[in-house]
Write a protein that binds this ligand. Structure first.
Ligand code: 13P
Ligand code: SF4
Length: 333
């Protein structure tokens, strides 16, 4: 039986509210609160549709710095809202659910990273630490460069001196992919994204056999066995640009979070998009779609509530100052 791979938050106790009423209320509160809604491509389509800005991690971090509203409602996960606050300290940044974390960020606690950096330096390694943006601000403050799927190759090729060793944290799969495309050796932190790790390679091979003309789009957070079958490897913004550049209708097998199909359909509705199934680690059953349980914490009710009550808010922390320096250098200059 097809099942959802990952536990989607059970919000069963929340009384039903008509989405149209919620959207109306959100629009009214947005004006009252001088707020803009930013939404990542992995949140539900109905939230993407009411957002003022949608995008990948890089675009949203940049958008947060250019908008004039005094409040940002960040429909994504904690590290994204935290980065928006760090880059726009004067703005009030609200996250609809503070528990919207990220398995990658969790895999790399700041104290463990500091210890590992010290061990490497004690052994004589002359390292530059490059962190994927999917990390906490405390981790960012220990790093030399912050990258996203959209600018990682460019930063590594153009800004990290060739005579330095790279410690890449926390995504081992993205790191391995970057080693391949840049030709740079890296020491990899053993983290991974819970969503991109669970694609069923058997089902992908079967889907390719059933759709021989289909192209596979894969996010570089996928393990090497999935990337080896991909026709196009790229972050979410690159996927959008790629499908919209192809005018002849095609079928795409999409190996990333299933909500990504929403913006792909919106920008290039003439193609067909099929989500690559995932496999459940415990039972081995395959699922119809892969959802990030953290992104799924964003609901219309929570968007309305955070606008109405002004919380949860990302509060400025003293260690944000150090992270601000590296984030600005990496993403804005
Ligand atoms: P991008 O949207 O930057 O490709 O990132 C994907 C992701 O997993 C966000 O958590
Ligand atoms: Fe983190 Fe993966 Fe969810 Fe993105 S999809 S927020 S990397 S757990």
């Amino acid at each position: 039986m097809l099942q959802s791979t990952l536990p989607i938050m059970n919000e069963g106790d929340v009384p039903y509210e008509d989405p149209l009423d919620l959207i109306e209320e959100i629009e009214r509160l947005k004006v009252e609160q001088n707020a803009s809604i930013l939404a990542h491509y992995y949140v539900d389509g109905d939230i993407q549709d009411i957002a003022d800005f949608t995008g990948d991690s890089l675009k949203l971090a940049r958008d947060a710095t250019t908008i004039s509203s005094s409040t940002i409602v960040f429909c994504g996960v904690h590290f994204m809202a935290e980065s928006a606050k760090i880059l726009s300290p004067e703005k009030r940044v609200l996250l609809p659910d503070l528990l919207a974390g990220c398995s990658l960020a969790e895999s790399c606690p700041a104290d463990k990273l500091r210890e590992f950096q010290q061990q490497l330096r004690a052994k004589g390694h002359d390292i530059v630490t490059v962190a994927y943006i999917n990390t906490s601000a405390a981790v960012k403050s220990l790093c030399d460069w912050i990258v996203t799927s959209g600018n990682a190759r460019e930063i590594i090729e153009e800004r990290v001196p060739k005579d330095k060793e790279i410690l890449f944290v926390p995504d081992q799969h993205l790191g391995r992919y970057l080693m391949e495309v840049t030709g740079r050796q890296m020491i990899l932190w053993p983290g991974s994204c819970m969503v991109h790790e669970v694609f069923s390679i058997q089902d992908l091979i079967r889907a390719k056999r059933n759709n021989p003309k289909a192209e596979v789009l894969a996010h570089p957070e996928c393990p090497a066995n999935v990337l080896n079958l991909a026709d196009m490897i790229g972050g979410t913004e690159k996927m959008r640009k790629y499908v919209s550049s192809l005018r002849d209708p095609k079928t795409f097998l999409v190996a990333t979070e299933a909500n990504m199909i929403h913006p792909l359909r919106a920008i290039a509705p003439w193609h067909e998009y099929i989500p690559v199934p995932g496999i459940m680690a415990d039972s081995g059953e395959t699922c119809a779609c892969n959802r990030c349980p953290h992104m799924a914490r964003n609901t219309l009710q929570k968007v309305r509530d955070c606008l109405k009550f002004g919380r949860p808010e990302i509060e400025w922390q003293p260690y944000f100052a150090q992270a601000e320096e590296v984030l600005r250098r990496s993403l804005l200059s």
